[in-house]
Ligand binder design. Structure first.
Ligand code: SF4
Length: 346
């Protein structure tokens, strides 16, 4: 089991729930917009938010955004150790650096001292673009060079007394990412930040992340996740929740079951399933809802749903755990079914 690390008021590692992260697509120096973005994503399940730091204004903005949003914040820094120090002073709850590009051991040491004095964690690791040259030469581009590069960065920080560490090994290739995380999980007990990097647009990105993150979580590997997508960050958070929900790692969100429909379907089941999904997106209750194509087989096929709806020729039926409890005219089903959902979730 991994050791516990605290990012603001969110604990990861050990037996803590897998925390959901995302990253802003704009600068934190725009503090009002940044706080609104954190709140918007938090409503959908976000636990921790990351912002890139490119100048001193960014570094100074963390305390303000944290106060306005109540969300723990991570500062993402490349190249400039002074920005790392300033972000720590500026109120970041965690920083992410690559010791290899921060400008030499002396500068890494300065960052390590600042981390220890603020008592906040740091994420280090590697990705396929930052594999240590010696390891790349020795092993080629694979899980060993990726994993060893991450562990080397961990060792640099440990040398200066930092042990409040989260590790990541990112690759865009799902097989490589999974193998690299397995490699690192066998060799250290720091919490792991999972993700398949540069995963692509929403459709392909969700598939790649679900396979990569999901297969690792199923084996007990991983403590915090970011579903990286070329899409609105809210889609990352929604996808992350769906992955955790599919693996029963969260019990505070609605699961939607919907049939693929067939020749027996006599209503617009697919459109209704989409409406139910949107209606329940922010609901934080463990509820299984079924939207089925026909009343002949639907209630039986979805008998384990807490609440369900199925279409028939002129009317729809609402069922609870497979038992029909109400028949409703098709034109009134949205209103009636949403009322039932409200009743179950209040
Ligand atoms: Fe077909 Fe009815 Fe089964 Fe849906 S529930 S797949 S419509 S038989």
């Amino acid at each position: 089991m991994s050791r516990v690390v605290s990012i603001g008021n969110v604990n990861i590692g050990g037996n803590n729930k897998v925390a959901i992260q995302s990253m802003a697509t704009f600068k934190i120096a725009d503090t009002v917009r940044a706080a609104e973005e954190c709140k918007r994503l938090k409503e959908n399940g976000l636990d921790i938010m990351r912002f890139s730091v490119t100048d001193e204004k960014d570094a100074a903005a963390f305390a303000t955004v944290k106060k306005l949003s109540g969300v723990p914040l991570v500062a993402d820094i490349h190249f400039d150790y002074k920005l790392a120090q300033k972000s720590i002073d500026g109120g970041a709850d965690k920083i992410r650096i690559n010791p290899g590009n921060i400008g030499g051991e002396d500068k890494v040491k300065q960052v390590a001292l600042a981390l220890k004095s603020a008592n906040i964690p740091v994420r280090v690791g590697s990705n396929t673009g930052s594999i240590d040259k010696d390891f790349l030469f020795k092993y080629g581009k694979n899980e060993v060079s990726l994993g060893e590069s991450a562990l080397k960065n961990v060792a640099i920080l440990e040398k200066y007394g930092v042990d409040n560490i989260v590790v990541s090994v990112k690759a865009s290739d799902v097989n490589l990412a999974v193998k690299a995380y397995e490699y690192v999980a066998k060799r250290c007990d720091y919490p792991l930040h999972l993700g398949v990097t540069e995963a692509g647009t929403e459709y392909h990105g969700v598939i790649k992340n679900s396979i990569g993150i999901g297969s690792l979580l199923m084996r007990g590997i991983g403590d915090t996740i970011r579903v990286s997508l070329s899409a609105d960050p809210i889609r990352e958070v929604v996808a992350a929740r769906a992955i955790l929900s599919a693996l029963d790692l969260v019990n505070d969100c609605v699961k939607i079951i919907a049939c693929p429909t067939c020749g027996r379907c006599e209503w617009d089941c697919m459109a209704f399933a989409k409406k139910v999904e949107e209606y329940t997106l922010n609901v934080k209750k463990p509820l299984k809802i079924a939207v089925m194509g026909c009343a002949v087989n639907g209630p039986g096929e979805a008998a384990d749903a807490d609440l369900g709806v199925a279409g028939a020729k002129d009317e729809c039926v609402i069922f609870v755990r497979g038992k029909i409890v109400k028949k409703v005219a098709k034109e009134k089903i949205e209103q009636e079914f949403f009322k039932e959902i409200d009743r179950c979730t209040q």
